[in-house]
Design a protein around this ligand. Structure first.
Ligand code: SF4
Length: 221
């Protein structure tokens, strides 16, 4: 099931604007990666399917996941995220550089609400809608799920949409860093600032703040 789902994700061409953009990124490349072959396709989730915690980002980064072929791999956001995941003992190493770097997650899975990189990190509503089926199935596959940590507001809203679409869940809940909500199936939904360079450089998030939130969630599950 998991492999079939991932194969369907990788082959998907449903959003013309995003198919065009991921091709453009992968052909033009960033100067420092000019000799690399970019992955250039949609990105699947990664980690422990038996995990209790799901981390959700918005979409693969242009020169991160879209280049390397793995979610949160090979860019500044992943550098920051994995320092925190390692400190919380969720990952076996503090870096996520490329597909064969030996990275493993313990008790956790990571994915994105949208599987293709959108221009300006701003997806259109119909693109999120198109991709929701994949996101929905990925969550359904996590049978031991106890907590969902949404990295940023759009990811948080996609998670809320998942619960509203699949359960009689009508509460109005709003993203906030460290805010914890109980959603159906006794799952906790947690808001967390995205580990983007912008959030890190402005001091909105730092390693201690993010690691402490992960440690708190680990205790709750
Ligand atoms: S964003 Fe999702 S639905 Fe759209 S082309 Fe990529 S994988 Fe397919």
């Amino acid at each position: 099931m998991e492999n079939n789902l991932n194969l369907s994700i990788i082959k998907c061409t449903k959003c013309p604007r995003l198919v065009k953009f991921r091709k453009k990124i992968s052909t033009e490349k960033r100067k420092q990666y000019i000799n690399e072959t970019y992955w250039g396709k949609p990105i699947t989730g990664f980690g422990d399917l038996k995990g209790k915690i799901l981390f959700v980002g918005l979409a693969p980064a242009a020169h991160g996941g879209t280049r390397t072929g793995r979610v949160f791999t090979g860019d500044k956001s992943s550098d920051f995220l994995y320092k925190c995941l390692y400190k919380a003992k969720i990952s076996n190493q503090p870096t996520s550089k490329h597909l064969n770097d030996g990275l493993r997650l313990s008790k956790a899975y990571i994915t994105t609400a949208l599987k293709c990189v959108p221009p300006g990190d701003k997806p259109l509503k119909n693109e999120l809608d198109n991709c929701f089926n994949f996101f929905n199935k990925e969550i359904d596959n996590l049978k031991n799920l106890k907590a969902v940590i949404a990295l940023g507001k759009i990811a948080f809203d996609a998670c809320v949409y998942y619960y509203k679409s699949n359960y009689a869940f009508h509460e109005k809940i709003k993203f906030g860093h460290g805010k914890i909500f109980k959603v159906p199936d006794n799952v906790l939904l947690i808001g967390c600032y995205h580990p983007s360079p912008r959030n890190v450089n402005t001091g909105r998030i730092n390693e201690k703040k993010m690691t402490n939130l992960f440690l708190k969630v680990l205790k709750l599950v």
